[in-house]
Design a protein around this ligand. Sequence first.
Ligand SMILES: NC(=O)c1ccc[n+]([C@@H]2O[C@H](COP(=O)([O-])OP(=O)(O)OC[C@H]3O[C@@H](n4cnc5c(N)ncnc54)[C@H](OP(=O)(O)O)[C@@H]3O)[C@@H](O)[C@H]2O)c1
Length: 257
Amino acid sequence: MPDPPDPRPQFDITNRTILLTGGTGGLGSAIARGLAACGAHLVIVARAADRLKEIVVGIQDAGGSAVGVPADITLAEDRAAVVDTAIAEFGGIDVLINNAGVTHRVPVAELDVETYRRINGVNAEAALFLAQAAYPHLKAHGNGSVVNVLSIGMWNSGANSVLYRSTKSALHGMTMVLAQEWAQDGIRVNAVAPGTFEAGMGTALSADRVAAQVARTPMRRRGRPDEIVPTMLYLASDASSYVTGTTLRVDGGTVSL
Ligand SMILES: NC(=O)c1ccc[n+]([C@@H]2O[C@H](COP(=O)([O-])OP(=O)(O)OC[C@H]3O[C@@H](n4cnc5c(N)ncnc54)[C@H](OP(=O)(O)O)[C@@H]3O)[C@@H](O)[C@H]2O)c1
């Protein structure tokens, strides 16, 4: 048999356009900086314009390529504007990373439908319809990739977590269906499930909850934001060309307990 080819070029994402939601957050900003450092063009989406500008300028100062689009992804017109900006700035969309996420802890007995719709609107509905809006552009390039960010809380969270767990589970279901519907279009659809990280919403936890989460993590520590980036690079690049409909856990082994 001939020697297998050098796999390193398959990780090359130079000049790929990556649409990233929640790119100002604890994990999202690490993903934005990391993928821009690999040569991709980043289209970064969040509502807070000041923080968005800070991230974009930081990437540009480091020699990277990025634009920021202040947008509320729960609004159809904002999702359309995000896609239009990506096309206007970079001529296409190769990768969509649905990373924006929100959480709210409440017992089911006290839950109201408006709160449910707010959380589901970001975590599930916006991700689905942003993927739908990006679909013709992902298809046009023949090797599109969608990455949906879940959470290990989807498997192991308990009381008071109905909003987070059910909406991330919905996003997981969407991942599986889109992977099947779009496989023939050359679009791969996968998910990443982070464990507990020293960033973003992970930092909002009480010391007791952090200690409990670390205790059930076989690696006995939280993840660093930079430890999510190589998994995103893998799924965004041709290195994962035969991978679709799967979920990669980046969690120090937590769910295997
Ligand atoms: N950090 C962890 O330990 C951890 C663990 C497991 C899973 N995750 C998942 O990883 C992802 C990133 O988490 P993170 O910790 O980085 O979160 P984060 O720091 O709270 O950031 C959330 C991001 O989403 C954006 N966002 C929220 N609502 C939005 C809306 N309606 N429209 C547009 N953007 C919106 C926020 O920007 P604006 O507020 O400015 O809009 C921000 O950029 C989430 O999906 C989360 O569920 C995180």
